[in-house]
Design a protein around this ligand. Structure first.
Ligand code: ADP
Length: 556
């Protein structure tokens, strides 16, 4: 099997003009960014308002192994398969971050014969959205430090500035820094930190904004820190929302590309799935729903994080309801949940699957708790044995769970036709109302408890003294009606990554809360959540190069 980049470079892409025309877009609806990428115009969604919505299919997974279980790959492959069945399908994905690209994970543009292209551009600088978000974030930092330096009218307490600088890179050396050193002309010294760009609240704001007006409304509300007497200071207090909107105006436009089989794909926004909500933008998802019969989209990590936040945060904010959910499971991850170490995952082990399957069962129950129809997709890896696959299919049949073996990585859309047929059947069932895990008017503590018990299967939550006093502080500031955005390990249902499978009898420890008032959620940290990852021993960056004729090699 060829590498992802070899497959990508052998694919003949249609000019983006043809993809846009196939979507019945007229010239003013989009602008080309080179030959194979385009941005959709700001007013397009409003223009399409009267059109009926296509069906939205949400792709999620069981708790993943560190390598990822192929959600993006299945998302792309399913879109391609739906097209084979003559459904006008559009894929809506997140934009990759350069940090993981240079670090250790594969790209975030799918894999094999189910990729979005041009994958080199998408994985690297693309249309500059992440750079724009980085710049807007850091412009705000510069304005904060300048305000403090120029007399600090707002009385911002430099020890309580919560707004971090960001960089789209894994750079552990910047996790904690001191800025303003060097005397009176260099500003006021204070502790600062760098996060990765996808952890910026501006990324979350951009992804949850309904339009340009809503973007500015949310930017205004961002709380950058507190005064000496602990009053919140906002972007509006600094008069910075205009400048930030200027910097973000083009980044707010969704990007149009295509897949290995020329299926249209809208790729836009990519918030972290731990300290943010981990889904692509509302504008992209809604635009795709207006342009296609089917939109296939995904949410980060497993259903306990990505799907929970897609449904409780994004769906609520955007009025988006999936018609069906695909739960991706892999043989290797089920073995991991059955207690198999990472070096043994390719050895046949049906007993381990039999015990690891409890993890899948919990995620099925989670999707059922939202009242949504679902199909389990077995993302087939070359190392899976027939016995293992048969066991999993048999379990699904005994438990009356619809399942489809998918091989889109190897065979493109043709490998996902069974899944597509089953998804269509589910999506065309009469829609039930989406049942949220909590009501917005519940107190914050109750919302956290509901997620912990219903989604993770925890007995209860335990709040640290800090989290408890923050709860009171936030409720008093009027932020108690916001949804909660849980930050938890993606590897397990509890907040202990070693508790694979389906742990029981555990409590979820709540360490700290953070207010993302512009994004309109309260981040709930259940453990040490890293907002600036580091590079591994052998970063993926060291495999990359450019040949004499300008071709990129070694990028996955
Ligand atoms: P996720 O979205 O769950 O993080 P991805 O779709 O990005 O996962 O896939 C992670 C990596 O695994 C990619 O490099 C992809 O090429 C590879 N991959 C996905 N599915 C398969 C498969 N069925 N067989 C082999 N490799 C796969």
């Amino acid at each position: 099997m060829k590498s992802d980049i070899e497959i990508a470079q052998e694919t003949t892409l249609k000019p983006i003009h043809d993809i846009a025309t196939d979507l019945s877009l007229s010239e003013e609806d989009w602008e080309p960014y080179g030959r194979t990428k385009a941005k959709l115009s700001t007013g397009l969604l409003e223009k399409l308002e009267e059109k009926p919505d296509g069906k939205i299919v949400l792709v999620t997974s069981i708790n993943p192994t560190p390598a990822g279980e192929g959600k993006s790959t299945v998302t792309v492959g399913l879109g391609q398969a739906l097209n084979k069945l003559n459904k006008k399908a559009i894929i809506a994905l997140r934009e990759p971050s350069l940090g993981p690209v240079m670090g250790l994970k594969g790209g975030a543009a799918g894999g094999g014969y189910a990729q979005v292209l041009p994958m080199e551009d998408i994985n690297l600088h693309f249309t500059g959205d992440l750079h724009a978000i980085t710049t807007a974030n850091n412009a705000l930092s510069a304005l904060i430090d300048n305000h403090i330096h120029r007399g600090n009218n707002l009385q911002i307490d430099p020890r309580r500035v919560e707004w971090n600088r960001v960089l789209d890179m894994n750079d552990r050396a910047l996790r904690q820094v001191v800025v303003g050193l060097g005397g009176p002309t260099k500003g006021v010294p204070r502790e600062d930190a760098f996060s990765i760009t996808v952890a910026s609240e501006i990324m979350a704001v951009l992804c949850l904004a309904k339009d340009l007006h809503d973007l500015k409304r949310r930017l205004k509300k961002i709380v950058i820190g507190y005064t000496y007497d602990e009053k919140p200071v906002t972007v509006k207090d600094l008069d910075a929302e205009g400048a930030l909107t200027v910097l973000l105006k083009d980044a707010l436009k969704p990007n149009l590309v295509q897949t290995t089989e020329n299926t249209p794909a809208i790729i836009h926004g990519g918030p972290f799935a731990n300290i943010a909500h981990g889904c692509n933008s509302i504008i992209a998802t809604k635009t795709a729903a207006k342009l296609g019969d089917y939109v296939v989209t995904e949410a980060g990590f497993g259903a306990d994080l990505g799907a929970e936040k897609f449904l409780n945060i994004k769906s609520r904010a955007g009025g988006i309801q999936p018609s069906a959910v695909v739960i991706v499971a892999t043989i290797r991850a089920l073995k991991m949940h059955g207690g198999v170490g990472k070096n043994e995952l390719t050895t046949e082990n049906v007993e381990a699957i039999a015990s690891g399957i409890e993890n899948l069962k919990k995620h099925i129950e989670t999707i059922e708790s939202f009242g949504l129809p679902y199909v389990v997709a077995i993302n087939k890896f070359p190392t899976d044995s027939q016995k293992e696959i048969d066991f999993l299919k048999e379990w699904c049949s005994t438990n009356k769970v619809e399942v489809a073996l998918t091989d889109v990585w190897k065979n493109g859309g043709a490998g996902g036709v069974d899944l597509a047929e089953k998804v269509i059947k589910k999506a065309e069932e009469p829609a039930k109302n989406l049942e949220y895990t909590y009501n917005l008017h519940d107190p914050l503590e109750e919302k956290i408890r509901s997620v912990a018990q219903t989604i993770y299967g925890a007995d209860d939550i335990v709040l640290s003294a800090k989290a408890r006093s923050q709860l009171v502080f936030f409720e008093n500031l009027g932020w108690g009606k916001l949804p909660v955005c849980m930050a938890k390990t993606q590897y397990a249902l509890s907040n202990d990554p070693s508790q694979v499978g389906r742990p029981t009898g555990f409590t979820i420890h709540i360490r700290e809360l953070r207010a993302s008032v512009g994004a309109e959620f309260i981040v709930v940290l259940t453990g040490d959540v890293m907002t600036m990852p580091g590079l591994p021993q052998h970063p993926a960056a060291l495999n990359m190069d450019v040949t004499e004729d300008g071709k990129i090699v070694g990028l996955f």
